[in-house]
Design a protein around this ligand. Sequence first.
Ligand code: Q9C
Ligand code: ZN
Length: 351
Amino acid sequence: MKIFHNPLHAQHAGRQEMFRGRMVPCHEVPARLDFVLAALQSRPLGPLLATAIPDAELHAAMARVHRAPYLDFLARAWDAWVAMDQANAERDALPSVWPLPSRHGFRTDVVPRNFAAQLGLYAFDAGTPLMAGTWAAARAGAGCALAAAQDVLGGARSAFALSRPPGHHAGPDYFGGYCFLNNAAIAAQALRDGGHPRVAVLDVDYHHGNGTQTIFYARPDVLTVSIHGDPATEYPFFLGHADERGAEAGAGCNLNLPLPRGTGFATWRAALDQALNAVARFGATALVVPMGLDTFAGDPISGFQLHSADYLAVGQALAGAGLPTVFTFEGGYAVAEVGTNAVNLLEGFAQ
Ligand code: Q9C
Ligand code: ZN
């Protein structure tokens, strides 16, 4: 399988995130990707490629799943942050005020002129710092996802978009959960636009893929399935319950499989079978897997108990779907093990 990697990823390197009233070091660090590259060097799965997608084509693909005002916001965010206060050049941008969208009559249809307020309009947490290189890194990552989808459209059995920042928490017009552009959604939409009539997204990250779910929630042509920590206790808390099944024409086209914190591989693997059955029943002709490795027992911010060898079996089970598949790189914060775990999953798939 070809691996489309993002040479600009390290331009996004947050210093601190807000966690329960204090600033803590960022979990989503550049070294995560370097460990995957190192694992791929000793166990190569295919050629490592940089992408060369023209700007206009990339922008069009991003605009298929994200709203134009949000993309404009991301493009100008860093300059606007520094324009507020020149000293901001030394600080990452984080929001500290929110409109509680759709509650209590707060207005979200008027974009405030104050940039600190704009951050709160477009972000849903204070754990996702934005810096000078964020837009360049995220945009190049979307390019990796698009290139991987194009490779699969060209007949490849699978392709891997190896990029950070991750994407599955980013919605039509919001960022959060370390994510800015929804790489998996961009790949899924590109597969649709390239001729696949029915595309499934099977999210195996520890955290619910709220952004992807929201993007496709009313769509009958894209099935979204997510196996994740129960939002009653786990991030992102406000979405990901089992009774969210899709809306309007997309009714029945979303499946959430929340599992309690502490869940081990046997139970997780049974949920994966349920997810794969749903993908088969849907009649998907292509698959996107937002690949989070934060289900690992050693993950510092997550609560499942998968072990490194389990990821080989996960990859094998995913291959059983028999579908052309795009993988994106999502969470996984046990930095020293994330490379082994990612390559185990992909190798299990490729065998
Ligand atoms: N300080 C992804 O895995 N909050 N995002 C964790 C720990 C945010 C995870 C709090 C978790 C976001 C792509
Ligand atoms: Zn995650």
